[in-house]
Design a protein. Structure first.
Length: 246
């Protein structure tokens, strides 16, 4: 039935509240910043690293703020931990969910102390600090109808590394190394190797200061406000009313 009615089906991307999620206004981060004063983002990273016991603030820092469930692609993270940390990347995880994944993350944090920090549970202040202080944001989801994490992370200049599915594919422009354009790094196959390749691409840009700065600016310029989504809703309501009148 849905295939037969495909011309009547439309998707509207979620919006986020920029009064709450904006690094220029956010009272829960230690230093407010925007595209023109990214040195204060670096200050957020330093404080995040100190607070979580990560050893080296100079390495690329990947964050996860998520419900801990199989839908979120966490198996890819676990199967890639040795490889990701071997790339000189550090990881911070904040979330709660299935006990299986909470236990796996806690065990891994003990094994990779100083490289992997895990906090299971809800911590609003820490979530804001992760969004502001990390360099990259991991979302290797099996499926994701829309997703909010990537929208928030881009506003904070924290570049998403995500699987090309659902709303992640709709909202993240995959980085083009030749043109130096994009707002994040996407991979298609649901495999550890695909995730690892995407992380390698991200780290290569991180090591090129000029490219990384442009990438951050482009991501922060993305508009995912509710105002934009509301306009799309109004367009669809008017279209539906027009169809009914006919």
């Amino acid at each position: 039935m849905l295939r037969n009615r495909k011309n009547d089906l439309f998707g509207v991307i979620n919006g986020i509240d920029y009064d709450k999620w904006d690094p220029m206004k956010d009272d829960l981060i230690p230093a407010k910043y925007g595209p023109e004063n990214l040195r204060f983002k670096a200050k957020c990273k330093k404080i995040l690293v100190d607070r979580t016991g990560i050893d080296d603030a100079g390495l690329p820092l990947f964050g996860i703020v998520s419900r801990l469930s199989s839908q979120k692609g966490l198996d890819l993270i676990f199967r890639s931990l040795d490889e990701l940390l071997g790339m000189k990347a550090n990881i911070i995880v904040l979330g709660k969910g299935e006990e299986y994944y909470e236990s796996l993350f806690r065990t891994a944090a003990g094994k990779f102390r100083g490289r992997l920090f895990v906090k299971t549970g809800f911590d609003e202040a820490l979530s804001h600090l992760v969004y502001s202080g990390c360099d990259f944001f991991l979302m290797p989801s099996k499926y994701e109808p829309c997703g909010l994490g990537q929208l928030i992370s881009m506003k904070y200049g924290t570049i998403p590394v995500a699987r090309k599915t659902g709303g992640l594919a709709d909202t993240i422009q995959d980085y083009n190394h030749r043109l130096s354009t994009g707002t994040g790094f996407l991979f298609s196959d649901f495999t550890p190797e695909a995730l690892q390749d995407s992380v390698k691409r991200a780290i290569n840009v991180f090591n090129d200061r000029k490219r990384m700065k442009k990438l951050i600016h482009d991501a922060m310029a993305s508009d995912f406000s509710w105002r934009k989504s509301a306009v799309r809703y109004l367009e669809l309501y008017k279209k539906a009313m027009g169809e009914v009148k006919r």
